[in-house]
Structure formats: C-alpha cells, structure tokens
Ligand binder design. Structure first.
Ligand SMILES: [Zn+2]
Length: 431
C-alpha cells in the first residue's frame, strides 16, 4: 500500500486518472490493497467487497458421519442436533446484523415418510423410515427459523445430500462427481420433494438460493442435457447459487471472475472455507483471514459439543467477522440480495477518484440481469478531515461515520436513479 501526502497526491492525480481510464482502478484492485491510497492527507474511496456467511449441512438431526455405511456424510458431530443449534445461527445473525444462509438438508424432517417414493434420495430407498427423528424438536427448530427471517436465510442444499442407486450412493445429489447434472426427471423430483418437506414442516416459501451438495455442480449445460441446473432452479424461483469454483464444471465459462451468470442465475465463488467440514467448534488464530466474498463454513464449525455452550463458539465467529464491517475495503452484507448487488458493483462498476469527487461508471454493471446492480450500493470514503457529501445522479440513502486508524471512515448507502449510467459523489470539506 502506498502512502502519499496531499501534494504528491495532486501531482499524481493525472496519472491516477490515466490509470482509471486504463481500467487499472477497478474495485477488484482496490480490494487487494495494491493501488489503494491511504494517507493522513488524502481521501480514499472504495466500493467495498461484500461478505456473505454461508453455513452448510444444516437440517440433520443425526450428527453421524455415515459415509462408511453408505449413509450420508452428515455433519460428523458426535451428538444429535438440537434446536439450540438453530439458535446459534440466529445469534450469529443478530449480533452482526446479518442474515446467514443456512444450506438445508431435509430428509430427516420427513414426518410422513414420503421419501419412500423417491428412492434415489436416501440410503433406505423404498424402505425409508424416518420415525426415529420425528418429535417436538422439529417444531421448536421450525419456530426458530420462522421467527427470525432477518437473521436466518433458508437456502436449499438437498434432501439426502448424496444420490443412491440401490444400496450405494455416489456423490452427489444434484450432479455426479464430475459436475454433470443428474437425470433431469430426478432433479425435478428432488426439487418437488424438497418443497413438500418444507410444506410438511411449514418452513415457508421455496428458497431463493442454493448450495449444491458436496459442491458438485456444472456451470451451464453439462453432458447429456439441453438445460442447465441453474435453468431448472430458476424455474423454482432460485436466483443465486453459491459454490466453490475450484471444483465446478465448466468454470472456464464464468464471465466475471468471482461470479458468473447462468441462465440469469448469479453463481458466486465460495472460495476456500477457513475450517474443515467436520471441525467441531472453530477456534481462530491470528493468521486467519477471509480472502473471498463468501465466508463458507459447515454447521459443526459454529457449534459446541455441549449445545448449551454454542454461544461461546458463535462469539468467536462474531469477533472474527465484525472487523470486516469496519475496514474500508469490506462490508458484511446484511442479506444475500444486498450481497449479490454489491458484488456486482465491486467487480463491474468502475470507480474513478479525483481530488474532489468520486465518479462511478455503471456501463458494465448494467449488463447484469434483473435488478442486480441497478438498485443500492455501498461506497466507503476515508478521510483525515470531516467531509460532507453531495450526490449527482444518485441518491444518498444513509451515511454513517466511523474511525479508522486516525482517519474518518464514511459508509454511504447509495441508491441508483433509473436510467443513469454514471454518477458522481462530491466531497465537501466540512471543517
Ligand atoms: Zn453439504
């Protein structure tokens, strides 16, 4: 990171503008810190990278890793899951004012053994019997989910997580090991039954987001199909997929680096999780940093062996994540919709900082489908002196002020004005 004073800044401004014109000043570079200006005398403007928490494998009642017996991997936790494990997700959400995505697996929520009719979805096939897991804990957990819509997003993961043919499973439920989608009729049936399991338990409307089980997924068309998984999901109202790109099939077709658009569905790179899937109760060390836009984890990472002590682990995550809201170049997304929109701006919107204003160019952002990139965005401005802001061709919805290493850090929530392809925010010295 370069430190330059005001005089140098002014002298360098033409070069900065030239760099911006050459596309070197994209927010992606800001996020790496390579080109960010930060000095006592100067102003820094950043379109911060949004961070979204995604928690996999929520929904099991058994914690057992059954993979050796042709049962699902589940969570690997050495106890049953309890409603307090759902409360842990809500506590994380409430404390950080975010809406973590809980990627749900629902077979053990089957109150009527309907999955007998969908033998590819469980290890028991036509002999499916879930009576063991039916009990008051279901309603208690469902009530926690229903009562906390702002701090718990119900995301689809799967029914049984894997795909059974007879007594044996292969990875995974929605696509095979190489990412080729399962037969279309089976995918449609699994989607139907996922919805029916939600209805049995009054878990609300069909989700808008999806995390493929075992991260087996293909971007766009895969062999033997004339429709993509994203297209089928879109037919059910899903608009966003989160999955690691390092094992995604057809990753070379992704258009925007850390995200791509597949049949109008935003597909975002999860990157690498901080902890292994079966680490029970995450403990952080000073070396750990988030590199991508997704903070991915598995349910046990958030939980304590003693569910009454879940809060201790949750608070470790809070302590780790909270600073990402306070840094100039990142922000915790309040929910996954704002996350998608800000990510589009972070990657596609051009930002050009001059001495007195920041110019935003939305030409590339406006190639996104639907409302992605066309509504709100967050801009952070760091300044050694108090400043006021005046918006041109954009609305300032809210403004908050914090302190960052002796500077003032302003967080501006902006709302685009329909039809405006660019906008400018002027800085006015307030002292
Ligand atoms: Zn999973």
């Amino acid at each position: 990171m370069k430190i330059i004073n005001r005089r140098q800044f002014i002298r360098k401004t033409p070069r900065i503008a030239a760099a911006a014109a050459a596309g070197l000043y994209t927010p992606a570079l800001f996020a790496t810190g390579e080109t960010k200006m930060q000095t006592q005398n100067n102003i820094t403007a950043v379109l911060p990278k949004p961070i979204q928490v995604v928690i996999d494998d929520v929904g099991w009642w058994s914690g057992k890793d059954g993979s050796k017996q042709q049962e699902p991997y589940r969570t690997g936790i050495k106890r049953d899951h309890v409603p307090a494990d759902y409360a842990a997700i809500v506590e994380l959400g409430k404390t950080l004012n975010i809406r973590p995505q809980a990627a749900m697996v629902l077979c053990e929520w089957d109150r009527e053994n309907i999955l007998k009719k969908l033998p590819t979805s469980t290890w028991m096939g036509e002999n499916w019997d879930n009576s063991k897991w039916i009990g008051p804990w279901m309603e208690e957990a469902a009530d926690i989910i229903r009562s906390n819509p702002r701090n718990f997003e119900f995301t689809m993961h799967g029914i049984g997580h894997e795909y059974w043919t007879g007594d044996t499973f292969t990875r995974a439920e929605w696509a095979d090991r190489s990412g080729v989608m399962r037969p279309r009729d089976q995918v449609e049936l699994h989607l139907d039954y996922f919805g029916r399991l939600m209805d049995q338990n009054k878990l609300g409307d069909f989700p808008k987001s999806f995390v493929p089980t075992a991260f087996r997924h293909g971007f766009g068309l895969t062999e033997g199909h004339d429709v993509s998984m994203a297209q089928l999901l879109k037919g059910r109202g899903i608009t966003y997929i989160n999955t690691p790109f390092n094992i995604m099939k057809n990753v070379e077709n992704v258009q925007h680096g850390c995200f791509g658009i597949d049949a109008g569905v935003m597909t975002v790179d999860r990157g690498h999780d901080l902890f292994n899937w079966n680490i029970h109760g995450a403990v952080f060390d000073a070396e750990q940093v988030l590199r991508g836009a997704t903070c991915g984890m598995h349910w046990p990472n958030l939980l304590h062996p003693d569910p009454e002590r879940n809060s201790e682990i949750v608070q470790g995550w809070v302590k780790f994540l909270a600073p990402y809201n306070d840094k100039p170049d990142t922000i915790l997304a309040p929910n996954s919709v704002v996350f998608q929109r800000q990510l589009a701006h972070f990657v596609c919107t051009k930002l050009n900082l001059t001495g007195k204003s920041v110019e935003l160019d939305f030409s590339e952002t406006d190639t996104m489908p639907d409302e992605i990139g066309k509504k709100e965005l967050t801009l952070k401005v760091e300044s050694p002196e108090p400043v006021r802001f005046k918006a041109n061709d954009i609305k300032i919805v809210s403004e908050s002020e914090g302190k960052q290493q002796g500077s003032l850090l302003y967080t501006l929530k902006l709302e685009r004005i329909k039809g405006k392809k660019s906008a400018r925010v002027d800085f006015i010295n307030a002292s």
